[in-house]
Design a protein around this ligand. Structure first.
Ligand code: GTP
Ligand code: ZN
Length: 291
């Protein structure tokens, strides 16, 4: 049997990337009876029934599942910001990071447009996030700075590109591999839909192995499905302190003898990060009121 990764689904057809080609597959009937939903990112085994056509017989166990968008086996999220234009905003970085933490996937911070940056200013930001424990890379899509380093990070992994609009995500993809965002556009053409009308996530295969998740309308922007007492877990530097608060139900806001607030006062947690936590908590409570 052949093996490959589902890179796109459309009308019960599954486009499966193998090491050689993309095979258009249908799903063996018994999966439909089980109401199993096969996702982009799933690794499958299939039988060829004709040239470039196949039937999926087996779905390999999932390593992970991202909910929005629904993609299986994502390994990491590359959060891209621009050093300038639009200027990096740490509150926005903290917000995106918290959302990635909530998904349970590792986040890598990528700061683009370094060719236009004041490197001392950006250096401070980079140091902060490295101290917290995040991997941070500084790149320029325009000047092709550190694109090799980025390529190495993506190698053999399934990576979601996220970040605000205009930070250069498309430019980075293009610097990584010219034409990358057009690769599966060919598939779209065959089935009569333009790439830009695609509403579902698809995987873009990297030449060196691995995939980038192309996610039209993808957000990582809204806090829903999160309880107040879960937010603290989205701040990894809080984790070692949580058991040390006086109250086991401590939300680290107004409570006395709070180990998190003590750490902020002692300088071992960045005050900006704590402020981001408080701001996100307020937002979460505001969203709740809407229900
Ligand atoms: N100076 C400089 N400009 C860049 C760099 N990368 C991208 N840009 C410019 O930034 C603008 C936005 O780039 P895009 O690649 O379209 O950004 P995007 O993140 O894909 O934007 P959305 O499609 O809105 O999500 C364009 O004018 C690019 O030419 C860079 O490394 N340096
Ligand atoms: Zn506390």
């Amino acid at each position: 049997m052949n093996q490959g990764t589902v890179i796109k689904t459309y009308n019960s057809f599954y486009y499966v990337q193998t090491s050689q080609s993309v095979v258009t597959c249908t799903l063996r009937g018994r999966f439909k009876q089980e109401r199993f939903s096969l996702l982009v990112g799933d690794v499958v085994r299939f039988n060829h029934i004709a040239n470039e056509k196949g039937v999926i017989e087996e779905i390999l166990p999932r390593r992970s599942m991202l909910k929005r968008p629904m993609v299986a086996n994502v390994d990491q999220v590359l959060l891209t910001f621009a050093a300038v234009n639009p200027d990096i905003s740490c509150i926005l970085v903290d917000r995106f990071l918290a959302l990635v933490e909530l998904s349970g996937l590792p986040a890598i911070l990528c700061i683009n447009k370094m060719d236009m940056a004041d490197s001392a200013d950006i250096g401070k930001i980079v140091d902060r996030y490295r101290q917290i424990g995040y991997q941070v890379i500084q790149v320029s899509a325009k000047q092709a700075w550190s694109i090799d380093q980025l390529r190495e990070i993506l190698n053999d992994k399934v990576t979601v590109f996220a970040g605000p609009s205009g930070v250069g995500k498309s430019s980075l993809l293009n610097a990584l591999q010219p034409g990358l965002t057009l690769t599966t556009g060919e598939v779209s053409k065959k089935i009569g839909r333009g790439r830009h009308t695609t509403r579902y996530a698809e995987l873009l295969p990297l030449e060196a192995g691995g995939f980038v998740v192309d996610t039209p309308g993808f957000s990582f922007t809204e806090f829903t499905d999160i309880e107040e007492n879960e937010l603290m877990r989205c701040f990894p530097e809080f984790l070692p302190l949580l058991a040390k608060c006086r109250f086991s139900t401590c939300l680290h806001l107004k409570e006395p003898q709070c180990a998190v607030k003590d750490a902020v006062a002692a300088g071992s947690i960045f005050p900006e990060r704590y402020d981001a936590y408080v701001a996100l908590m307020a937002e979460l409570r505001e969203n709740r009121k809407g229900y």
